[in-house]
Ligand binder design. Sequence first.
Ligand code: FES
Length: 75
Amino acid sequence: MTDVVVYENGPLLLRGDFTLRTPDGEEIDPGRSTVALCRCGKSAIKPFCDGTHKAARFRAGAGRETPAPRSGEPE
Ligand code: FES
């Protein structure tokens, strides 16, 4: 089982059994079973969060009103 925790103004925390891959399908070894994935785009170690979102004052949006996901491949 994999848990994904969406931090309000920070990363996505993945915990459990998961596989990270590049868009080409190459596996990324996270080296651990819990990782934080950057959501702000400012990390120097993407796809992982390095804490820069705090200095960048990343704001994901207000409240819990989350739009429905789009179908298909990400852009
Ligand atoms: S979410 Fe933490 S550096 Fe981007």
